[in-house]
Design a binder for this molecule. Sequence first.
Ligand SMILES: Cc1cc2nc3c(=O)[nH]c(=O)nc-3n(C[C@H](O)[C@H](O)[C@H](O)COP(=O)(O)O)c2cc1C
Length: 164
Amino acid sequence: MKVRVAYYSWQGHTEKVAMALAAKIGAEAVRIVPKQEAGMAGKAMRAALRMRAAIRPTKTDLADVDCLVVASPVWAQGVPGYVSEFCEQVTNGSGKTFCVLVEMRGSGDAKAIAKVRKRLEAKGMRFIGSATTIEKDVEADRFERYLAPLVDAISAEESRLEKK
Ligand SMILES: Cc1cc2nc3c(=O)[nH]c(=O)nc-3n(C[C@H](O)[C@H](O)[C@H](O)COP(=O)(O)O)c2cc1C
C-alpha cells in the first residue's frame, strides 16, 4: 500500500512527527510550502478568519497513492490556511483513505481534525484514523505512543487491501 504523508510545519514540531511517522510506516513525505510565509500577526489573523492561503506547487495528485496522511499544527483551533489549500487541491482522492495527524500546545485538536475531515470527505475520501501530539512531548522526543492509533489504522487498511 502506498502512503503519502503531507505536512506543513512552521517551527519544526509537525515536521519532526511527520518524518518519524513516515519512516515508521515506509511512507513518502511531502512538505506543504507556503508561497509566502506570513509573519506571526498574519498567521494569527488568517488562522482566526479561517482563510485559505497560497502554497507552492506540490504533490496533490493521489493517482498513485492509496492512503494520505495530512499532518498539521493546530492554529486557532483549526489548521493553517496552507493545509486547507492543500486539501482543496487534492485530486484523484475519491475512494482512497486518509488520516489526520495534528500537533499542538494543548487545545483544539478535535476541531482541527474535523476541519480536515470535512474537506477531504467532500472529495469522496474515507477517514480511517487520527492522532494528536503535544508540543512539549515532541520537544522531549516522547511522542511515539501518540502515533500508535495511526500506525494501527494504516496497517489494518493495508491488510484489508491485501485481502481484496
Ligand atoms: C498562529 C498560531 C496559532 C496557534 N493556535 C493554537 C491553538 O489553538 N491550540 C494549541 O494547542 N496550539 C496552538 N498553537 C501552537 C502550535 O500548534 C504548536 O506550537 C505547534 O507545535 C506548532 O507546530 P510547528 O512547529 O510544526 O509549526 C498556535 C501557533 C500559532 C503560530
